[in-house]
Design a protein. Structure first.
Length: 112
């Protein structure tokens, strides 16, 4: 059981009485269908077969042009743009993306 004061296993945010802040609903400030969220919220929404971390979201903001909107001390980014960046990074060139095939860091063991 997850207790208050612990950490979310996915985004490592501090848990509150209502759970992880990353599971809160996304914002749609203009009521046009574009949803915005914090790095923690986006990490929760984009994690599927491959884990998307908060650090990855922040790197996309710095390096890949993921838009940032600051409201007070909180930074919001659009979910749709983050999803397209994640897809481009995940897919390798043969699948239409710019990523590379993932390789294992293991060395073969010779038996015999």
């Amino acid at each position: 059981m997850i207790t208050v004061g612990g950490r979310c296993p996915l985004c490592r945010a501090a848990l509150t009485a209502t759970g992880c802040p990353g599971t809160q609903p996304l914002l749609d400030p203009h009521h046009d269908g574009r949803e915005y969220g914090t790095a923690h919220q986006l990490a929760h929404r984009l994690t599927g077969d491959d884990v998307v971390t908060v650090a990855m979201i922040r790197n996309w903001q710095q390096r890949d042009g993921l838009e940032r909107y600051r409201v007070g001390r909180t930074v919001y980014s659009p979910l749709a743009q983050a999803a397209s960046i994640e897809r481009a990074k995940r897919l390798h060139a043969e699948q239409g993306g710019r990523g590379q095939r993932r390789q294992l860091d293991a060395t073969p063991v010779l038996v015999g």
